[in-house]
Design a binder for this molecule. Structure first.
Ligand SMILES: NC(=O)c1ccc[n+]([C@@H]2O[C@H](COP(=O)([O-])OP(=O)(O)OC[C@H]3O[C@@H](n4cnc5c(N)ncnc54)[C@H](O)[C@@H]3O)[C@@H](O)[C@H]2O)c1
Ligand SMILES: O=C(O)C(=O)C[C@]1(C(=O)O)C=C[C@@H](O)C=C1
Length: 307
């Protein structure tokens, strides 16, 4: 694929930024990649592994002269970074981000974007429990959705160009409005993470109390919970503080269902349990039959990735 942007600045050099750097290089999508992270240790690591063409000493130095600036920092840090880079943004440049929450990021960053600069928030629905500049890999976004969340008056050419970059990095691109994004992600990502954190905490408490080996002998499902619960605490603290309304709404519904199942177990109501599990099994099967399982070997064939 041809180059999409001349100079790309990545602010924050963790899992997502480093994966973007590898993916952009794999496909020659950027003429030059400049990076910056707050911690000197991270900047040093990025230099050692040759992650970018240049590692800057400030966010403003990285953003200066860039055609695309992508904010890859925890959601709670987006506004401060936007304030820092605002004075050096060149006319016609695009500022984007990869934050897991969209409405509060738009509120925090939007006011700093000068006239003549495009602001196009985005969110790749891809990740791992690892963080930092060594965690990235070029294939992270392959066949995964990236949600672009255009703000009012977003320039269509600038949106198309950013979409082309994400498609070049292997992603399937869709657009959503911020409120819808935050609600969908509260269901599919944020609340499930909270449940995993809770379950791992409960198991850990139990281990201490009984001195049994619940974690050592955990089966596959629980092992997945522990993987998710190993995710970066700063990132996830910021997700919940910034998607309060939607996660509280989904948690409320979750708790109601959980109480109903708890009552069914207590009362020996096998029909309730059987009906419930039959319904949830049908959901998984429906996803697979509809060809919506992005892990299926033939998913997205011919849609996004070039062979
Ligand atoms: N990890 C995931 O699964 C995942 C998936 C999609 C989107 N996201 C979002 O992407 C963003 C980055 O997540 P990540 O997983 O790459 O995190 P990470 O912890 O791997 O990296 C974050 C980076 O930001 C830097 N940083 C923190 N505050 C900063 C500041 N004020 N100025 C400059 N640099 C700063 C850190 O030094 C680090 O290099 C977050 O907003 C997160 O919500 C994460
Ligand atoms: O696979 C994982 O480790 C993830 O949790 C990735 C995951 C997700 O919930 O799917 C986590 C947060 C993001 O904003 C997007 C993707």
């Amino acid at each position: 694929m041809a180059q999409v942007y001349d100079r790309v600045a990545l602010i924050g050099l963790g899992l997502i930024a480093s994966s973007m750097a590898h993916a952009m290089r794999r496909d020659g999508l950027a003429g030059q990649i400049v990076g910056y992270a707050k911690s000197a240790e991270t900047r040093q690591t990025a230099r050692e592994i040759g992650l970018c063409d240049h590692v800057a000493e400030s966010a403003a130095e990285a953003a200066d002269g860039a055609d695309l600036i992508v904010l890859c920092v925890p959601v709670g840090a987006m506004g401060a970074v936007a304030a820092e880079i605002a004075p050096v943004l060149k006319p016609g440049a695009t500022v984007s981000d990869v934050g897991s929450v969209k409405r509060t990021v738009i509120e925090a960053v939007g006011p700093y974007i000068p006239d003549g600069v495009h602001f196009i928030p985005a969110h790749p629905l891809a990740g791992t429990e690892h963080s930092g500049p060594r965690a990235g890999f070029a294939e992270l976004f392959d066949n995964r959705y990236t949600i672009i969340v255009p703000v009012q008056g977003s320039d269509t050419d600038a949106v198309a160009r950013l979409s082309a970059l994400w498609q070049g990095m292997g992603a399937l691109v869709e657009e959503m409005d911020p409120e819808h994004h935050d609600l969908v992600l509260a269901v599919t990502s944020h609340t499930p993470h909270l449940i995993a954190y809770t379950m791992v905490g409960v198991a850990d408490d139990l281990r201490r109390v009984t001195d049994s080996e619940v974690i050592k002998y955990s089966a596959a499902g629980f092992r997945d919970f522990t993987r998710i619960a190993a995710s970066d605490p700063v990132m996830w603290r910021d997700v919940f503080l910034n998607n309060k309304e939607a996660t509280l709404e989904i948690l409320g519904r979750f708790t109601e269902e959980l109480f109903a199942l708890q009552r069914a177990i207590r009362q020996g109501d096998g029909d309730h349990l059987h009906d419930y599990f039959t319904r949830t099994r049908a959901i998984r099967r429906g996803i697979i039959e509809a060809g919506q399982d992005t892990d299926a070997p033939d998913f997205g064939r011919g849609k996004a990735r070039k062979e």
